[in-house]
Design a binder for this molecule. Structure first.
Ligand code: CP3
Length: 347
């Protein structure tokens, strides 16, 4: 099979559509990050959110893992809270902690102060995407956003949370405010994704990282309608959509039905089981345990082969980790995983 230089015909996009591929495509969540010495070097002295708004840095950091590992896709270097900050939310990303707010979201007045996101608030994002796409040539760029629930959790908790108790309290205590907040976050997420797609991203991933903290009943009533609306806003964009959350084994069928071409699978669910759960008809992404990259190579190799084997039961498989690259991962192991995936799956 020949592949053209068009990223829309790349192995990643083809696998996402369930079409035949020359090899299983592979990329890593958080590939553009702290495990790379060249990343730490270029980030020195620049605050994370400032880096995300500087096209020179965003372009270089997005390309670093593609050059080094020869992955089949780039993931846009940004963060799920970038569109919130762009609307004026006072938010920071603390090293080793993640997004934090001094004044968390509590009330209707807070919602009234949260405007919609318009493209003129993020011209730098479009510029970064255009530059990256030019540099990437045939390699696709994946755009992304946080799903409404995960964004709401950061706003309401004021930072990372172990139990999400303030979020659940607002969700159940004032369902109208909850749904109105999520409707606004749907607009913000969808607008952030559209800017990336219109500037040339070839696929998008919607991260609902913390959805695994919810019961299925709560997920269906308070979260799924908003994720569905966010994904639906991209339905006519022409690019495949990937939907991923952590600890979402129990929610997988609901998430798979949210209006996505590909379901991302975290490392707690066996890939073969995940494929069976969603009915076998849907392309999947995943799901090597990122902690296993610290184990002896024989273990990594066995796992990669098993996951590739199980992935054959789906109409398409995008190889990835079951969550992000851990900061202390040896980048050499990541490169070896890419080589192994390509070698084993080539046909
Ligand atoms: O390589 C990539 O995946 C691209 C860039 C990317 C970042 N964040 C960069 C980043 C992506 C796709 C994200 C998404 C993101 N951000 C999610 C969803 C994915 C997931 O992990 O579930 C979430 C929940 C966030 C919020 C957030 N931002 C967290 C939890 C953290 C990590 C805190 C830490 O330092 O451990 C951040 C900061 C962040 N985002 C870093 C990077 C490279 C680290 C910043 C640094 O170098 O100081």
């Amino acid at each position: 099979m020949t592949t053209t230089a068009d990223p829309a015909d790349s192995p990643l996009v083809r696998a996402a559509r369930g079409e035949a591929v020359p090899h299983t495509p592979v990329w890593f969540m958080r590939q553009a990050g702290r495990s790379l010495p060249e990343y730490r070097e270029i980030r020195r002295g620049t605050d994370m959110l400032e880096a995300c708004r500087t096209p020179d840095l965003v372009t270089e950091i997005t390309l670093q893992p593609v050059r080094r590992h020869r992955v089949d896709a780039a993931i846009f270097f940004s963060d799920i809270v970038v569109p919130l900050e762009a609307t004026g939310v006072d938010i920071d990303i603390e090293p080793g902690v993640g997004p934090v707010l001094d004044v968390p979201f509590t009330s209707r007045e807070d919602l009234e102060r949260l405007p919609e996101l318009t493209p003129d608030m993020i011209p730098d994002i479009a510029e970064s995407v255009r530059r990256i796409v030019l540099e990437l040539g045939p390699t696709p760029l994946i755009g992304f956003a946080g799903a409404p629930f995960t964004l709401a959790s950061y706003l309401i908790e004021g930072g990372p949370s172990k139990n999400h108790e303030l979020t659940k309290s607002l969700m159940h205590g004032d369902p109208q405010l909850w749904h109105d907040l999520c409707a606004r976050l749907t607009q913000i997420s969808a607008a952030f994704l559209k800017v990336q797609v219109e500037a040339g991203a070839s696929a998008i991933q919607l991260f609902d990282s913390w959805a695994g903290f919810l019961s299925r009943a709560d997920y269906r009533e308070y979260v799924l309608p908003h994720s569905r609306a966010t994904l639906a806003a991209l339905a006519d964009s022409g690019v495949p959509r990937i939907h991923f959350g952590v600890g979402t084994g129990e929610l997988l069928t609901d998430m798979a039905g949210a209006g996505t071409e590909v379901i991302g699978v975290d490392y707690r669910v066996n890939l073969g089981d995940a494929i069976a759960r969603v009915g076998g008809g849907m392309p999947v992404q995943g799901n090597l345990d990122p902690a296993l990259l610290f184990a002896p190579w024989e273990v990594v190799e066995r796992e990669v082969r098993r996951i590739l084997d199980e992935g054959r039961a789906a109409p398409g498989h995008i190889f990835n980790l079951g969550h992000g690259v851990l900061p202390d991962t040896d980048p050499v192991v990541l490169t070896r995983v890419v080589e192994l995936v390509h070698e084993v799956s080539s046909r």
